[in-house]
Design a protein around this ligand. Structure first.
Ligand code: GLN
Length: 386
């Protein structure tokens, strides 16, 4: 017996696979980006209260009213974005479902979708499942900038959408207004939909600012803004995300979402509505908390022989591993998890062409101080060979 052809074009998630290996070898998991510290007490209380209050049956398929209203208020207040909770907001099972539901709803088989490379590994299978033909535009280190001419050349009559992830996983790049404007101009010129994954919106360093693409002139009417509770509130297991889009697109997204999952967890949507109302301090503290971890991991990696690309946002560090003399990123990652006791993600899982990532490895730093302390001790055993 074999599986359907649509599953053949992609492999199992390398990121989740690394989590399994980390468990198997009793390694520290600096691979999968989830916090290993407790979620905020206030959120846990709000979730427990919702369960006690018996909010335990399906919510409205496209999202509990309270949460959609809280989202509309948040985007209006923070960015001046106007989203109608009745017609333009769809609550999903995490940003992951928001992305696949969006692609299934908006892209026909054979349509081209532009993706910046390196990319978060889900976008590859997402494209395959929706029948999209991905067209990759490189972001080049050290600054992970794109060549505007290369981007322009990727647009054509078959282009249906472009996926933008800012702040970016795995590079830590935060797209500038100028870059976003270049994207916006091309989207308008070619009548293309922008799908933006903004899940690291509040995790920013060194004065970087997050600009939602939908706030640029003429873009709200052609942008799907995706986000979730996971990273901002350290609740990656809750699976509460959302997609904000014009009503004409939301009708399709809502239909796909309904038949895929019916809805996101009802009590956790109530807790999410509560969380969105936390004061500005909460959001400021998040970056302050992560910048210390970023600097800590940067310093220990550099001391050990990694070359690091300093992130301006999100909670990953992309590194160059040339100094260790390994043939490729997969062999080195295997050695690291098995012999050194630290798990990372081989760079090639973020590239279509593995040869472009032979010397790259991603670590995450959304981990407890004790985990980072122990990582430092273990990494000290690494030998530079080059
Ligand atoms: N976004 C996280 C990462 O890149 C977690 C991915 C996942 O397992 N859903 O590591």
């Amino acid at each position: 017996m074999s599986t359907a052809r649509r599953t053949h074009g992609f492999r199992e998630s390398v990121i989740r696979g690394m989590t399994r290996l980390a468990r198997e070898y009793d390694s520290l998991n600096l691979a999968q980006g989830f916090p290993n510290f407790p979620a905020p007490e206030l959120l846990k209380t709000a979730a427990a209260r919702a369960i006690q209050d018996d909010i335990n049956q399906y919510a409205i398929t496209w999202g509990a009213t309270r949460l959609r209203r809280a989202l509309a208020a948040t985007y209006a207040q923070r960015y001046g974005l106007d989203a109608d909770p009745e017609r333009e907001i769809t609550v999903t099972c995490g940003a992951t479902e928001a992305m696949i539901a969006t692609l299934l709803a908006l892209v026909d088989p054979g349509d081209e979708v532009i993706v910046f490379e390196p990319f978060y590994e889900n976008y590859g299978p997402d494209a395959i499942l929706s029948g999209a033909v991905p067209r990759f535009v490189p972001l080049r280190e050290p600054d992970w900038t794109f060549d505007p001419a290369e981007l322009a050349a990727a647009f054509n009559n078959r282009t249906r959408a472009i996926i933008i992830n800012t702040p970016n996983n795995p590079t830590g790049k935060v797209f500038s207004r100028e870059e976003l404007q270049q994207i916006a101009t091309l989207c308008q010129q070619w009548d293309v939909i922008a799908i933006t994954d903004e899940i690291y919106e509040h995790i920013l360093y060194d004065g970087a600012t997050h600009i939602p693409l939908a706030t640029l002139d003429g873009m709200a009417e052609r942008t799907v803004t995706i986000n979730s509770m996971s990273k901002t509130f350290s609740v990656t297991g809750w699976r509460v995300g959302w997609a904000i889009s014009p009503a004409t697109l939301a009708t399709g997204i809502r239909k796909v979402h309904d038949f895929l999952t019916v809805g996101a967890p009802a009590p956790l949507q109530e807790a999410a509505a509560f969380a969105l109302k936390l004061g500005d301090d909460y959001f400021r503290d998040l970056s302050t908390h992560y910048v210390a971890r970023r600097d800590r991991l940067l310093a220990m990696l550099e001391r050990t022989g990694f070359r690091c690309y300093r992130p301006s946002g999100a909670y990953y560090i992309m590194t160059d591993i040339s100094a260790f003399g390994f043939d490729n990123d997969v062999d080195f990652t295997q050695y690291l998890v098995q012999e050194i006791g630290v798990a990372g993600v081989p760079g090639s899982s973020f590239y279509r062409d593995a040869s472009r990532a032979r010397t790259k490895l991603r670590f995450c730093f959304c981990k407890r101080d004790e985990t980072l302390d122990e990582a430092e001790r273990r990494l000290a055993k690494l030998q530079v060979r080059a």
